[in-house]
Structure formats: structure tokens, C-alpha cells
Design a protein around this ligand. Structure first.
Ligand code: ZN
Length: 374
């Protein structure tokens, strides 16, 4: 029996792995940080034998509530990620599983690897509407890549979508894949209409270093990028620096920053109600977008989510608040669950890449409801 994680987005520490009924693991912290939650490893073993895999010391993980009612994902082919029986006792997560094959992967959520990220960028250039731009380098010298979709012209709106500031939130990039597949479909009427009215600036992965390293929340230097938007630095947060520089150059009429939430079993948005510039116009745009998204999909709701900021008390280091403030525009953080949408539970897959991709398509429908008013 053998456990390994020395691959793209792999992350696990083996305490003990000698008998199938007594596998003990822990999750290494993101580099130079206290955050830990993302795991991804491969088990080589005997098929059709019952296994008990315990991940220890989770009371101090980044989001202990994330383990309640959570089911880990597993895969034999790294394509289909299904949920497995998982229990949490307040500190240890125990997976009970009888593999049907000798090699099985486990992860916190369906991974979105660096090669797939490169595939997505390469595929997108085949669309005449899409242009790939290099913004600058990350700390590990990876490319920060931007996709510009549509022809910039006077009078067109500028819509920004970013994903995976927190690299373990892979559902965010799955959403981007769905959004791009629809937006780059030149036979899709909605996409043609949107591209008549707007140019899209999409950053499919804001944190490629953290993604590859198997981090939950930070970049290579242990920096939480979603607290860097007031004053990004080349030293600590070049990822944000490059994107913000481009935003200043082309402007922002709408911003959507896509995330995953460890604890809440819902899809929801967090708005800019605590920003100093918040007003009736922005509130109206927020409501139009939310109502449209609720109409198009029952996967989205507006009852459960984060506590609203009090007026003037928004944290302006957070991307959606910072950009909503600086550009006086509609700006949302969109959150998806790691667990499931408990209003439409799926016991086999839980919240999944397919559902994230569908939500990415549905977001475009909601954008139609606001694009003329941005
Ligand atoms: Zn996040």
C-alpha cells in the first residue's frame, strides 16, 4: 500500500499507512501560512478491500465547519469525481471506502489542474472573438493570463470575471469553463447579444502558483490575494498587481469574482452594501442581477449567505469591494459550495464540475438583465 501526492495540486502528509483499516494522514499548511484544508492524494492498494482513511488535526484547519456534513471526492480515472462515505468527529475526518480498482485518487473537491488551465487557454484562442493576453509573471514565474472576449468599441460595457484567487476553490475555474464554452459559441444568441454590448475580461486562474502547489487559500508566499486589492505589491501579490493595472487601463463596468465556500451548502453572492459609495443605483443593479439568476436557476438563492456589511464598514482590501468602490460599479463575490446545494442535493456527486459549469452559463443570462444599465 502506498500514498503519494507529488503531482499537480497534490497535498497530503502520511502519518501511518501500513494497514487498510488504519491509514492516518494530515494536511500540510499552505507555504508560509497557517491555512490548511485542501487535500489531494493517490492511494495504491488492493481492490475490493475495505479501507478506513483518517485525516487528523482538522479542528485547527482554516474552516473546521467545512467538515460537517461534508463528503470527500474520489476518482479512478481523474475525470469522474464521486462522493465517498465521510464522517467528522470535530477533529478527524474518516473516509470509509472499498476501492474497485487498485489506484484511486482522493481530493477535497474535483481538482482543476494546471494542464487543464493551459488547455482552456489554448482552446479559447480558436474563437475569433477571443484574444489571450499575458499580464505578467507570478512569484513562481508562471504566466498571469487574461482572456479578452469581444471587440472593444466606444460605448461597449466592460465586464470582468476572475476566479480562483483562493486556489483550492477549484469550482470557480469549473464555472469559468462553462461560462467560456457558452460565450465563445458563435451560434449562441445570448452570447452574440452580450458581445454586441460588452467586452469580457476573464482571468480563469488568479492564483496559478497556489493551484499547482496544492494550497487552499494563498499564493507562493503565503499571501491571501483577496486581502491585497487596496495595495497589491510586486513583492507579495503580483497576481493582483497585474490584473488591477489592466483594470485601470480598460475600466470596469461590472466585476464578478468567483469563489467556493467551505462551510455553507448554498450558492450565493456577497455585494458591496458596506462600501462608502454604495447607493440606490448600485443596489438596483445588484437586485436585478440576483433576481435574474434566481429566475434562471434554482441552484442560486439569496436567503443564506454572509452577514451583510454595515454601511461604510466594507473591507476594501477584498477584491469585489475594492473594485466596486474604485470603479463605482456593480461588483459581486459569487460563492459556490464545496459540499452541495442542500436545496437540490445529489448524493452521488454533490456540488460538482458539471453543476459549476452550468452555473457559469446561467451567470451570462443574469448579465443580460443588467448589461444595458451598467
Ligand atoms: Zn474564496
Amino acid at each position: 500500500m502506498r500514498i503519494s501526492s507529488n503531482f499537480d495540486s497534490g497535498n497530503i502528509h502520511v502519518i501511518r499507512a501500513e494497514s487498510p483499516q488504519d491509514i492516518q494522514l494530515s494536511i500540510p499548511k499552505d507555504n508560509q501560512s497557517e491555512f490548511y484544508q485542501w487535500f489531494h492524494f493517490k492511494l495504491d492498494t488492493t481492490s475490493f478491500v475495505s479501507h478506513q482513511i483518517s485525516i487528523l488535526d482538522l479542528a485547527k484547519s482554516a474552516y473546521p465547519d467545512g467538515w460537517d456534513n461534508y463528503q470527500a471526492v474520489a476518482s479512478y480515472d481523474r475525470e469522474e469525481w464521486f462522493r465517498v462515505d465521510t464522517e467528522f468527529d470535530g477533529d478527524s475526518l474518516t473516509i470509509q471506502f472499498t476501492p474497485e480498482f487498485e489506484h484511486v485518487y482522493f481530493a477535497y473537491f474535483a481538482p482543476y489542474g494546471y494542464e487543464r488551465h493551459l488547455d482552456l487557454l489554448a482552446w479559447s484562442q480558436k474563437s475569433i472573438d477571443c484574444q489571450q493576453q499575458y499580464l505578467g509573471a507570478t512569484l513562481d514565474n508562471r504566466d498571469m493570463s487574461l482572456l479578452v472576449i469581444g471587440q472593444p468599441e466606444a460605448g461597449k460595457k466592460t465586464i470582468w470575471v476572475t476566479a480562483r484567487q483562493h486556489p483550492g476553490e477549484t469550482m470557480a475555474q469549473w464555472l469559468i469553463e462553462g461560462l467560456l464554452e457558452r460565450l465563445l459559441d458563435d451560434e449562441d444568441g445570448l452570447s452574440r447579444l452580450l458581445l454586441d454590448k460588452a467586452v469580457f475580461y476573464v482571468v480563469p486562474n488568479m492564483n496559478p502558483d497556489g493551484s499547482y502547489r496544492g494550497h487552499l487559500r494563498t499564493n507562493a508566499n503565503g499571501i491571501n490575494l483577496n486581502r491585497e486589492w487596496a495595495n497589491p505589491s510586486m513583492e507579495n501579490s503580483p497576481e493582483v498587481f497585474w490584473v488591477k493595472q489592466k483594470m485601470k487601463q480598460v475600466g470596469v463596468d461590472m466585476f464578478l469574482d468567483v469563489h467556493g465556500d467551505e462551510a455553507l451548502p448554498y450558492n450565493f453572492v456577497a455585494g458591496c452594501e458596506g462600501n462608502p459609495n454604495y447607493n440606490q443605483t448600485l443596489a438596483g443593479l445588484e437586485n436585478s442581477f440576483k433576481q435574474a439568476l434566481q429566475t434562471v436557476t434554482p441552484e442560486f438563492q439569496d436567503v443564506h449567505g454572509y452577514e451583510k456589511d454595515k454601511p461604510g464598514e466594507a473591507n476594501l482590501t477584498v477584491a469585489a469591494n475594492a473594485i466596486g468602490h474604485e470603479f463605482d460599479c456593480l461588483s459581486y463575490t459569487l460563492e459556490m459550495p464545496f459540499k452541495d446545494n442542500i436545496e437540490l442535493p445529489d448524493s452521488v456527486y454533490g456540488w460538482s464540475p458539471a453543476r459549476s459549469k452550468q452555473l457559469g452559463e446561467d451567470v451570462l443570462v443574469a448579465m443580460r438583465a443588467v448589461v444595458d444599465k451598467l
